[in-house]
Design a protein around this ligand. Structure first.
Ligand code: ADP
Ligand code: MG
Ligand code: MG
Length: 885
């Protein structure tokens, strides 16, 4: 097998591996693909990811045959371009670019203009007829190579450049002429020698291998590792290296460089979107050194900006670019994110990939591309990340709220966020871990800031455009971001910032609106999102393609209404204990718990009955016609007990029992291990009158709603924490008896079911027997995870993070189901339950019911429904459709 593939120059490799992202990385695959469809791509070659893996495994040794392969591939570029690498009269220059399977900030930065030295720079000046260009390229090369390959602090070079400009009385880089760059190059060489103790490498071949080595090594950098951990990217993929002939955007006013999207990545609108700079190279556009210009006339006019758009300034090259956009969208059937350079009027394509987009844009594009006939419905469904919907379901700023607007930057990533100002990534992470909402404020961000950006609610930068690091990363993470707020200056020494004439300090609260770019002082009110338009269309498609039903976990009428708005088809878990904490009721609940005998308990329960009935009635009215699973009382009773002398005294007054007696009863209820103690159905077995009251309340309410609406809910009475068939059969008899009594009194019946949660390993194992009694199972995967792993969810925080970091658990098992382990119990219980009762209804009601990976598993096992918290219902609908496709 080959470790190097060539592309472009009319001699692209024919091997299908040369276009396989897993082999040549995303960048390499797309360069080869573009060259293959006839687009102008500078010729080059790609060293495979496999070679990177081999190099790292060999402790940083290049394989012998690689040297020969690279030399041959370099020959390909030389022939295609008609120039020789290292030639002193007309040198070939190359870029060295990293490229993993997926785009990965944290990997080595690109080195441009490689091959320049004290001799070839003279040749470049002569052959191009532009000495300024040659020396500009050389100084860029020295700085980049020193920074990313030799590890010299780039500030040293930036400072030297600033001083050079000041000395010459210049403001912008473009004012520097050939002789100024030449002087600066001499200074750069001295900086390198001072830092390194030896000369900057003059041999182009040595430069090339140094850069290749740096790319490979960057795969194991700390930055890359952090990013991989946050994004679930395996460490054994490796990165490819792309070596490509340089084309020059810095050859004067007919040259330029830019980045573009074939559709607007923020809104999804079908309009070209991008930024470009005349007479510039490489990362100038995203680095925030100069403010980039608009690509199209329309977007320039909309923004009220003066500098000409590319459409106006270079109509011919722009026309070519627009044709390329159309071709690429048709070819890839997706929105593309493109990097290009114009060299003396001639367009060159340097990169394309499927563009990152906001959730809103993803939705709009998916829906419109189906309408355009570019993709089909299932593809559209697969295109939208269910978790990204979260961004759309969250609040935006209330347009009527008063705003103290400090300044306006670029609307780099949508959503609104308030939080305390934090000026560095480490502090952001520390405060966020303490539960504080923070806004990370930086001049510009870099890959070293990723952990802080992740921890922050929002990100604000003083510099950088819509395609700056901050903007791209924030969009990917779904964090609101305002970039390029140029009125902002930061003083790290005093940890304060100034916006216009206002001074703020770290800790002050800011609000960002990532949709408008506004930055506001203090906290601003927000409003709920709308669920129509593209969202509604995609959800309809998802509903058509999914098999499983989606229910919600809710216990208040308000939550039930939200969930129905989000498309819930029933309640999968209505926890009744929350209803007991109400201020008005807690005294009666405590009276019931602390009663000395059944008589005392019944008196208290009589007070609770009408309250519970009213609760259920309100829920049933919202859910009329739909199934409602109600779990009878589950938590250990002591959770309801009074705390402190004051509460005991108050209770004593209300129920007329002495404080000492109450305290003695309370002490008797103490448990060492409440999670495994007197809770769940064990309460129903020992205090049947509690469950009887709840069941009566359920059926009285159901009959009342049926009488009033003519539309009954379908109550599914759920018994928690069952371990044996006998527990369930005793309690089912109790439910049936109470239900019959109510039906007799009311003179009407409603359909209902009695079933159980499967949340103990024994229940899963004995599911065949339990299904003889239970008419449905609901997998309570929170408790099932706790009891199977022997891990208490409430105490897991201390060790779970290191466990996930060391790969002991691939993900937090309370967030994403442990499919390997706990999943086996779910699968087995489903099988055994069905063997006994083929029509048994099966669902899941743990937090996992809203997690896409867990939902895919539920589909595989054939559950009838998943149940998720109201805001997760749309996520579950989409994930269920994706799982079914
Ligand atoms: P990244 O992955 O960080 O985007 P790239 O490898 O795409 O890094 O390089 C960044 C920029 O450098 C490109 O957008 C392009 O402007 C410039 N560049 C890379 N290779 C070349 C080349 N061969 N000729 C001209 N410019 C190049
Ligand atoms: Mg980069
Ligand atoms: Mg790029």
């Amino acid at each position: 097998t080959s470790y190097v593939f060539t592309f472009g120059g009319g001699a692209s490799s024919a091997d299908p591996r040369s276009r396989d992202k897993t082999v040549v990385g995303g960048k390499g695959a797309n360069l080869a693909e573009m060259a293959g469809i006839g687009l102008p791509v500078p010729p080059g070659f790609t060293i495979t990811t496999e070679e990177c893996v081999r190099y790292l495994a060999d402790g940083g040794e290049f394989a012998d045959d690689l040297k020969a392969d690279v030399a041959a591939a370099l020959g390909h570029i030389e022939r295609a371009v008609g120039k020789k690498f290292g030639d002193a009269t007309d040198p070939l220059l190359v870029s060295v670019r990293s490229g993993a399977r997926v785009s990965m900030p944290g990997m080595m930065d690109t080195v441009l203009n490689l091959g320049l030295n004290d001799a070839t720079v003279q040749g470049l000046a002569t052959s191009s007829g532009d000495a300024r260009f040659a020396w500009d390229s050389y100084r860029r090369f020295i700085q980049m190579y020193s920074d990313v390959v030799l590890g010299i602090d780039h500030h040293l070079f930036e400072d030297a450049l600033e001083i050079a400009k000041e000395d010459n009385g210049f403001y912008a880089d473009v004012e520097m002429q050939a002789e100024h760059w030449q002087v600066l190059v001499t200074e750069y060489m001295q900086i390198v020698k001072g830092e390194l103790g030896r000369e900057f490498p003059q041999d182009p071949t040595e430069q090339l291998w140094g850069a290749i080595r740096a790319v490979f090594d960057s795969w194991d950098s700390d930055r890359a590792k952090v990013y991989r951990r946050l994004n679930d990217i395996p460490g054994d993929w490796g990165t490819a290296v792309n070596v490509q002939a340089m084309v020059f955007g810095n050859m004067g006013d007919t040259s330029a460089t830019g980045v573009a999207f074939t559709r607007d990545p923020a809104t999804g609108e079908k309009a070209y979107y991008g930024e470009w700079l005349v007479n510039a190279q490489g990362e100038d556009v995203v680095a925030g050194i100069r403010t980039p210009q608009y690509l199209t006339k329309a977007s320039r006019e909309r923004a009220g900006a003066k500098p000409l758009s590319m459409e106006e300034a270079m109509p011919e090259a722009f026309g070519e670019l627009a044709a390329v956009f159309e071709l690429l969208e048709k070819h890839y059937r997706d929105m593309q994110d493109i990097e290009f350079t114009v060299e003396r009027g001639h367009l060159w394509m340097l990169q394309t990939r499927s563009g990152k987009r906001t959730a809103k844009a993803a939705l709009k594009m998916a829906v419109e591309m189906v309408e355009e006939g570019l993709i089909d419905e299932p593809t559209a469904i697969r295109r939208v990340d269910p978790m990204a919907l979260d961004q759309l379901l969250h609040p935006t700023l209330d347009p009527n709220a008063t705003r103290d607007v400090l300044t306006k930057g670029l609307p780099a990533s949508p959503g609104a966020a308030s939080g305390a100002i934090v000026l560095d990534a480490d502090t952001a992470q520390t405060l966020a871990e303490r539960g504080e909402a923070v806004i990370l404020v930086r001049v510009e961000t870099s890959p070293e800031d990723i952990h802080g950006m992740h921890a922050a609610r929002g990100i604000l930068t003083a510099r950088g455009g819509m395609t700056s690091h901050a903007a791209v990363v924030a969009r990917g993470m779904g964090r609101p971001c305002v970039s390029g707020a140029s009125a902002l200056s930061i003083d790290m020494a005093s940890r304060t910032l100034r916006i216009g004439n206002r001074e703020l300090k770290e800790g002050d609260v800011l609000t960002l609106d990532g949709a408008t770019g506004e930055v506001m002082a203090g906290h601003v009110k927000t409003i709920e999102p709308e669920l129509v338009g593209d969202f509604g269309i995609l959800m309809d498609w998802a509903d058509r393609h999914r098999r499983m039903k989606v229910r919600t976990n809710a216990e208040t009428p308000a939550d039930c209404r939200t969930a129905r708005l989000f498309g819930a088809e029933g309640i999968g878990l209505c926890r009744t204990e929350h209803m007991f904490f109400d201020d008005k009721r807690i005294a009666a609940v405590r009276q019931m718990i602390l009663a000395e005998d059944e008589g005392g308990r019944r008196a208290a329960l009589a007070k609770l009955l009408p309250e519970q009935r009213a609760d259920f009635r309100a829920i049933f009215e919202v859910m009329a016609g739909l199934p409602v699973t109600i779990r009878l009382l589950d938590p250990p009773l002591h959770e309801f007990l009074p705390h402190g002398d004051e509460e005991f005294a108050e209770l004593s007054d209300v129920i007329g029992i002495g404080v000492d007696t109450l305290k003695r009863r309370a002490a008797e209820l103490h448990e060492f291990n409440p999670m495994l103690g007197h809770r769940g159905c064990r309460l129903g077995i020992t205090f049947p009158e509690i469950y009887a009251m709840q069941v009566r309340a359920i059926f009285e309410a159901a009959c009342d709603v049926a009488a009033q609406d003519g539309l009954a809910p379908l109550p599914e009475v759920m018994i928690p924490l069952v371990a044996t068939r006998k527990e369930l059969s005793i309690l089912k008899a109790l439910v049936d008896k109470e239900a019959e009594a109510v039906f007799a009194e009311k003179g009407r019946r409603v359909d209902y079911m009695v079933g159980t949660m499967i949340e103990l390993p024994r229940a899963a194992l004995m599911a065949g027997e339990i299904a003889e009694v239970g008419e449905f199972f609901s997998f309570g995967t929170n408790d099932l995870t706790q009891t199977t792993l022997g891990v208490s969810r409430d105490d897991a925080a201390r060790f779970l993070q290191p466990y996930v970091e060391q790969g002991i658990f691939p993900r937090d098992p309370f967030v994403s189901l442990d499919i390997e382990g706990v999943g086996q119990l779910v699968e087995l219980a489903a099988e055994r339950g069905r063997a006994t009762r083929p029509a048994i209804k099966l669902g899941i009601c743990g937090e996992h019911g809203g997690d896409p990976a867990s939902i895919a598993f539920c589909e595989k096992v054939g559950l009838d429904y998943v149940s998720a918290s109201p805001f997760r219902v749309p996520i579950a609908r989409l994930a269920a459709a994706q799982a079914a496709l």
